[in-house]
Write a protein that binds this ligand. Structure first.
Ligand SMILES: C[S@@+](CC[C@H](N)C(=O)[O-])C[C@H]1O[C@@H](n2cnc3c(N)ncnc32)[C@H](O)[C@@H]1O
Length: 416
């Protein structure tokens, strides 16, 4: 006990200079943890007994459930921007039954997310809950997206899924590790189409969900800028190349073209007529009809399954953003081999992804990696990318890092 107390006191001392240096996170910063928070977590872990840890885990899970429910009910907007509100008024203003509200609010009040006056019982905002009152704010969209697409539904099924997979394959391994991971994963198993449809086909079965998913990809730009750390100008097509109908950039699995639009805007030397947006037929149809990315005219919209032969030969670059992490190593190699088959000596494969540190990594990186496990994909380290690219017949030229404390990068590769 004396040792624990001494350690706790030392940690408290270490907190003081960190508090002095504390910087408010930049807007949009995602998963970049201030050293004060890292140290405070160490302090809490040191002070916890295993049973406290179990309790805090359960409560944290409930915090997520409670917040997702409050957002669904649009309840947080009923709390005044300044001052406080009684439960009765809160209920009238939000249209949510008072006892339901009271029970949902116990968790965020306990977590210091919402304040409750200990005498009057009135509720008021903290700086945290204030950040969730606009459904279009980054924290709201990010949290709801991650919760709805994994954390709240699929990820909790991981232990059952691995047990189910073990019964079939006799192995404890990543979902789909020895089968086609696009078709054998938690998402397809949960939708009762395991082995039949891919995770993205499951999404396409529900057009509203597909639309929501595609729209939510826009959050990506707020987390990791699409441009600013790779010189897309070097892909501009010369007049000779234009004559030979050479394309500058093929956005493979490009979704609604959000990244392509940002690249074209930042690099006017690239002409829309030299760019191709590829994705599955329903997604391309959506991009063409609703054009949420505001893509300029001239782009070629091309439905294309990236597991099949690549129809655009000799493009200067094939850009894959948020594709590699949807795929197992074997599937990513298969997709890259289709590019290798059509690449010229000066063509580039550009893989835009998080690049995990070789060891450790932030909680957010671990979260993203396990989220991808739900659909049979994974996040990779630089060495992980190099290995997979090598298997496909590519070598890494450069890893262009986004900087700013982010793990994001464009891995640039060429033919071996
Ligand atoms: C995570 S999203 C990334 C979209 C886009 N690159 C972005 O970053 O916004 C993955 C994309 O891959 C597409 N996709 C999945 N399977 C595909 C396949 N077999 N062929 C082509 N596109 C596919 C999905 O429809 C989806 O748009």
């Amino acid at each position: 006990m004396a040792d624990t107390r001494a350690r706790l006191q030392a940690l408290v001392q270490e907190l003081i200079p960190l508090a002095e240096k504390y910087e408010e996170p930049a807007p949009g910063a995602f998963g970049i943890e201030d050293p004060l928070i890292t140290k405070a977590k160490e302090l809490i872990a040191q002070a916890q007994a295993p049973v406290d840890y179990a309790t805090s885990l359960m409560v944290t899970t409930l915090e997520a459930i409670s917040l997702r429910t409050l957002l669904q009910l649009n309840a947080l907007q009923a709390i005044p921007a300044s001052g406080s509100i009684s439960l009765t008024d809160f209920s009238t203003k939000s249209g949510v039954q008072d006892s339901l509200l009271e029970r949902l609010l116990r968790v965020p009040v306990n977590a210091n997310f919402i304040d409750q006056d200990s005498t009057s019982g009135e509720y008021s905002h903290t700086h945290l809950s204030q950040g969730f009152t606009d459904p279009n704010s980054m924290p709201c969209r990010l949290f709801s997206f991650i919760y709805d697409e994994g954390l709240g539904g699929l990820m909790p099924l991981l232990p059952q899924y691995l047990t189910h997979q073990h019964a079939q394959t006799g192995k404890w391994e990543e979902p789909g590790a020895s089968r086609d991971s696009t078709r054998f994963n938690i998402q397809t198993w949960h939708a009762n189409v395991e082995g039949v449809k891919t995770a993205f086909e499951v999404m396409e079965m529900n057009p509203e969900r597909m639309k929501r998913f595609q729209t939510s990809m826009a959050i990506g730009e707020q987390l990791n800028p699409f441009v600013g750390y790779y010189n897309f100008d070097k892909l501009a097509v010369s007049s000779d190349e234009e004559e030979a109908d050479r394309k500058a950039l093929v956005d493979v699995g490009g979704g609604q073209g959000l990244a392509l639009a940002a690249i074209l805007k930042a690099h006017p030397s690239l002409k829309p007529t030299h760019c191709v947006l590829q994705d599955t037929a329903p997604v391309i149809a959506l991009a063409q009809t609703s054009n949420p990315a505001n893509l300029p005219p001239g782009i070629t919209y091309q439905p294309h399954d990236f597991f099949l032969a690549q129809p655009i030969l000799n493009a200067k670059a094939y850009y894959l953003k948020a594709i590699a992490h949807d795929l197992s190593d074997a599937n990513l190699v298969a997709v890259l081999r289709e590019l290798v088959a059509v690449m010229a000596a000066d063509s580039r494969a550009l893989i835009a992804e998080n690049v995990l540190p070789e060891r450790g990594g932030s909680g957010v990186m671990a979260l993203m990696d396990l989220m991808m496990m739900g659909i049979g994909g994974k996040e990779r380290t630089e060495e992980g990318f190099r290995r997979v690219l090598r298997q496909a017949g590519l070598v890494v030229d450069w890893v262009h890092r986004a900087g700013g404390g982010r793990n994001y990068a464009i891995v640039e590769a060429r033919l071996e």
